[in-house]
Write a new protein. Structure first.
Length: 614
């Protein structure tokens, strides 16, 4: 009874738990270029299955990732046209007819090759920036060495094409795909000598159960001699096709076999036919108002998609619009690109707090001038004069004589006096600067605050004064003192260049210079100045605060002077040395930065579907 109740409760628990807890998600999408190779890198919660194929007609590479989800922020388009590589634009979207799959379409300048690189929780699509960067052995090795991952509870190789099931249709589909394959058909053995290709293919078809159509050109192929023992029938079929340079086309569970040369000719005829159809397809005109992006930048991207020799783009500077004339299919592609790219530029408010704290502590304890007295052994003993006492509670170090005593005359001792100094001083200070600045994404912003002070500079000058009755040129040189004032500045300069990432974080390039005034070392002299500089790059989440720098300084000093040897005597030594006077000073500088995107939704950085009206 208890066991059944426990199982029932456990089943209910799994039903109540949200399905998203078991789903795999794409956390980030990054694009970067290294040398002659461009990389589209996907970071996921866990491993996933991916495949890629090329659409040569549209100059596209398609990357499909199965069984994953992604937010609209992650799937927003990436303009890669500023890179010198082959990729122009990357767009991600849910695969039509398969909501649990995500598709990434990479638009190319020219048709080049690509390969998938699998790392832990990462999928990389490596694309040549020029044809010939990858040799065939590298591509085959990349396909063969991809780490394993889990798909539908079966362990398979990430770079190997795997049939969805053991059905004939799925196995034949696997054979017609490019790349390395995994063979799962029923095992057979073949031992034939000088047998025709058509007869050999019929033998494999009869064993496996698929339907086969053999082109007349295939019959002319040279006969084969094969000895194959206990191998999957699909591997045997693939081997025969490769040895005889044949091409297979799949239609459901029907396989059409033709020669490679004929397949190439059919492909060329198809392309030529499509080209003629495209030349006769009527053109339409569409006006795209551009609100936020630069007209020239958008126009440069869209020109890559124009139909050769037919499409045309015109820029209207007055209305800031693009006028496109092309086929309906091209216009629809451009519409999606404009909707993705023509969004508000993110605006970032950057708040900085610069905290400067200082603290000093000093102590004076001991006899100010030691013990003073005189002794007269010759004069007769005089009448003693009474002692005198003094007390001073002043709080300045120059008059900090707490207890004093003096005796004018005591028998043969005279002028006996001492002053006991007890003084402790402590000072604290704090300066907080809070500059704020707002700027657009990837635009440097600078804010400067200046403080001015002046000091006097005296210059000596000479002047000649003529005397009465004196000859020409006679006179007296009189010295004069000219007083000038010199101004000096202490500046606070903050320069920040923010860059918003695809995940909504903010990369800050910060340059900070802070100078200030100290105390003057002598009267009417210039004050001491301190300057602190910080230059750094830091990645911060939107609205978070980060400490980008801290400087802590401690200074301790103590000066002691006195009578040699006597000042070092225990207990009595303090009568023959200066007071105990330690000085301690501390200073601290801390800088806080808080960046905040103020137009997240308008800039397309927020998933609008997740916003709920309050």
């Amino acid at each position: 009874m208890k066991k059944g109740f426990f199982q029932h409760s456990l089943a209910l628990l799994f039903l109540v738990m949200p399905f998203q807890a078991f789903s795999n998600s794409i956390k980030s999408v990054d694009f970067y270029q290294q040398g002659d190779v461009s990389y589209l890198e996907l970071t996921l919660d866990e491993e996933a299955w991916a495949e890629r194929f090329h659409i040569t007609d549209d100059k596209q590479v398609i990357l499909d990732v199965r069984g994953v989800k992604a937010s609209e922020t992650v799937l927003r388009g990436i303009d890669t046209s500023e890179f010198s590589g082959s990729a122009v634009f990357v767009s991600g979207y849910k695969k039509p007819g398969s909501p649990e799959d995500i598709r990434f379409a990479v638009q190319l300048r020219d048709n080049v090759r690509s390969k998938i690189i699998k790392e832990k929780n990462k999928i990389k699509l490596a694309i040549e920036n020029r044809f010939g960067v990858f040799n065939q052995s590298e591509l085959e090795e990349a396909e063969a060495n991809n780490p394993i991952q889990t798909v539908n509870s079966n362990t398979v190789d990430a770079g190997i094409n795997v049939p969805k099931s053991g059905d004939i249709e799925d196995i034949l589909e696997n054979l017609t795909l490019s790349g390395a394959k995994k063979y799962v058909g029923k095992k057979i053995s073949l031992n034939v000598k000088n047998i025709g290709i058509s007869d050999l293919l019929k033998m494999i078809a009869d064993t496996s159960g698929f339907n086969i159509i053999i082109d007349d050109e295939v019959v002319k192929s040279a006969p084969l001699t094969l000895t194959l023992t206990n191998i999957p029938w699909d591997q045997a079929l693939d081997t025969v096709l490769n040895l005889s340079n044949l091409v297979a086309k799949k239609n459901s569970n029907i396989l059409t076999i033709t020669t490679y040369d004929k397949a190439v000719k059919e492909k060329e005829q198809k392309l030529e036919s499509e080209k003629k159809i495209a030349e006769k397809e009527p053109l339409v005109t569409k006006i795209f108002p551009i609100s936020f992006a630069k007209l020239g930048d958008i126009g440069k991207i869209l020109k890559e998609y124009l139909t050769p020799e037919r499409g045309r783009i015109t820029e209207d500077q007055r209305t800031n619009s693009l006028i496109v004339k092309d086929t309906v299919e091209v216009i629809e592609k451009m519409k999606k690109i404009v909707e993705t790219l023509d969004t508000q530029t993110p605006q970032i408010l950057i708040e900085a707090k610069i905290v400067e704290a200082s603290e000093s502590y000093s102590k004076r304890m001991g006899l100010e001038r030691g013990l003073q007295f005189g002794y007269d052994p010759v004069s007769p003993i005089a009448t003693s004069e009474g002692p005198g006492f003094s007390f001073n509670s002043a709080t300045t170090p120059d008059s900090a004589n707490l207890v004093g005593m003096s005796i004018g005359l005591f028998r043969r001792l005279k002028d006996l006096n001492f002053s006991l100094q007890l003084m402790e001083s402590e000072s604290k200070g704090k300066v907080i600067s809070s500059p704020k600045i707002i700027t657009q994404n990837k635009k440097a912003a600078t804010i400067t605050s200046s403080e001015t002070t002046s000091y006097r500079v005296a210059n000596a000058t000479n002047a000649a004064v003529g005397g009465a009755g004196a000859g020409a040129g006679a006179g007296t040189v009189v010295g004069q003192l000219a007083v000038n004032f010199v101004q000096i500045n202490a500046d606070l300069n903050l320069t920040v260049t923010p860059q918003v990432t695809n995940e909504g974080s903010i990369n800050l390039e910060v340059q900070l210079k802070k100078s200030g005034f100290g105390k003057a070392r002598f009267a009417d002299g210039p004050p001491d100045t301190t300057t602190r500089n910080i230059k750094t790059n830091v990645l911060v989440d939107n609205g978070s605060t980060v400490v980008i720098g801290g400087l802590y300084r401690t200074e301790e000093s103590q000066a002691i002077s006195g009578v040699p040897f006597l000042k070092d005597l225990p207990l009595l030594g303090w009568l023959f040395r200066t007071p105990y006077n330690p000085d301690t000073s501390r200073s601290e500088l801390i800088i806080f930065l808080t960046p905040r995107i103020i137009n997240q939704e308008e800039a397309g950085l927020v998933d609008r579907s997740s916003i709920v009206d309050s």
